[in-house]
Design a protein around this ligand. Sequence first.
Ligand code: FAD
Length: 359
Amino acid sequence: MTTTAADLRRRVRDLVAAWEFTPRCDSWMSGYDVEFSRELGRRGLLAVTWPKEFGGAEGSNVDRFAVSEELLRAGAPVAAHWVGERQIGPALLRHGTRELQEEFCPPLARADYRFALGMSEPDAGSDLAAVRTRAVRDGDGWRITGRKIWTSGAHRATHLYLLARTTKEDDRHAGLTEFIVSIDAPGITVTPILDLRGEHHFNEVVLEEVRVPGHRVIGEVGAGWQQVVGQLSFERGGPERFLSTYPLLAAVIQTGLADRTALRELRGLAARLQILRRWTLTNARAMDAGHTPVTQAAMSKYLGNQFETDVINWARPLMPRADRAVKELYEQAVAASPASGIRGGAAQVMLSVISKGQG
Ligand SMILES: Cc1cc2nc3c(=O)[nH]c(=O)nc-3n(C[C@H](O)[C@H](O)[C@H](O)COP(=O)(O)OP(=O)(O)OC[C@H]3O[C@@H](n4cnc5c(N)ncnc54)[C@H](O)[C@@H]3O)c2cc1C
């Protein structure tokens, strides 16, 4: 661990200890507290890899890993800034114009802007290149019409990242373009989709002739596919892909619930946790070296998801003796469990990416 990473860990722990919240599983999806995200920003704990001129700290992805890991271990409410800080800021820094970087990165680093991801559609999930949402030129801007689904946090976001088709070319990968759309733009309707527990965190987003200014294109028109593939290593390769159930694991141990069998099985889980940490750190190092480790990130996501599921299976027999708080963590983990093998790319698709082994 570098001194910087150790210092960042300490600063996160200080904030977490001082902030009033109830730890939860899957907090990067469901733990939403804008003021907590803003406080992280004020303390320089968001956007640690970004240039200082855009609100960052010019740290490494290994530093960012340290911050993320501490927040997730604590089950802290980080969903408000997660997507914007994890992948929209980095995408803008890589592909955006200076104008877009200046407009969006500082407010993202303060958690004043919050993003939802408008990628998936009713017939375009694993097969993202099947996106049908269409953007047509309209003077110096665009008009966008289409339907996005499973859009996490769109009801609380300020902006939508949107993947849309800008030409009718035969090659499905060509002609896709990335846009930034204000969530309150005329023509956008956000409708809740409730999850298994009846909780509202994802949505359907319908766009009808939504006018988007020309400067809100990320990167090049028609280069959306290559650019979005680059985002996937940020999206899939971080510690949130194996730490979603960590608060449950920790609570079972801390409350002394683990019996002899559970303690014996815990050794295997602890070893796998170490493997996943080290593997995910190699993703961070690869990003620091300027690579986009898409295959490696798919491996983290696939194995991390199995680990999260095994934590639930490990805790299950202990639940009859658990107190209310631990039971609540268990229920959160179970409810999120079917989704974790799907969101950000389904498990079978991860296996397909891994077996091809490109990038
Ligand atoms: C909790 C949650 C949050 C989400 N948040 C967002 C979000 O914020 N923004 C967003 O854009 N999307 C979001 N999604 C959508 C998510 O990215 C898609 O659900 C996912 O990509 C799968 O697409 P699909 O639902 O269309 O399923 P499909 O692609 O229809 O897949 C159905 C099944 O077929 C299998 N399958 C599909 N293709 C292949 C293949 N080539 N080989 C082998 N098996 C295959 C899959 O593994 C899966 O089991 C979210 C999903 C969930 C569950």
